[in-house]
Design a protein around this ligand. Structure first.
Ligand SMILES: Cc1cc2nc3c(=O)[nH]c(=O)nc-3n(C[C@H](O)[C@H](O)[C@H](O)COP(=O)(O)O)c2cc1C
Length: 144
């Protein structure tokens, strides 16, 4: 069989280059992608507190495609940590990776999220900063 493996980070080799982008809420659909054979899935971005996100419509179809502004809707880190072990177990069974996307309003919140994840057995973190939430970025840049 052709070797499709690719390095995602130092010491992290994915069986193939298929990585599901962040945006799918909950873990059930991510588990389905893993069972179908993707190399890794990225969780919906998780914040410290639960967020309702923007009111609908948060996804709009236009003649040239879709635009979205979901507003980081997510249940918050505490609820997420209840769902995470099941997702990680399925990923391990299928030699796949879970990439946890996190967002904080400050460096302190990023550290808090990272520590929560570390305490719960997450060893490798790829931290994406959602570019469409400018106030988050601005706050972080202002943090001394
Ligand atoms: C409905 C929806 C929800 C999304 N939620 C998130 C999110 O929670 N966090 C994030 O970093 N990106 C989120 N995204 C952005 C996607 O991950 C992004 O569109 C993708 O990385 C862009 O890939 P592309 O440049 O290949 O199109 C979301 C996108 C959509 C359409």
């Amino acid at each position: 069989m052709v070797d499709l493996s690719v390095g995602l980070a130092k010491g992290v080799v994915s069986k193939n280059p298929l990585v599901i982008a962040s945006g799918i809420p909950g873990v059930r659909a991510l588990m389905a992608f893993i069972r179908e054979g993707v190399g890794a899935v990225t969780t919906k971005t998780i914040t410290v507190e639960p967020r309702r996100g923007h009111p609908p419509p948060s996804i709009v179809r236009l003649p040239y495609g879709y635009i979205n502004a979901v507003g980081l809707r997510n249940p918050g880190i505490d609820v997420f940590l209840e769902e995470l072990p099941g997702l990680v177990r399925v990923a391990r069974e299928h030699d796949s990776y879970v990439i946890v996307s996190i967002a904080g309003k400050s460096i302190k919140e990023y550290v808090e999220l990272t520590l929560h994840l570390e305490e719960n057995g997450v060893r490798t973190l790829g931290q994406g900063i959602p570019s469409y939430n400018n106030h988050y970025i601005t706050n972080i840049l202002r943090t001394p």
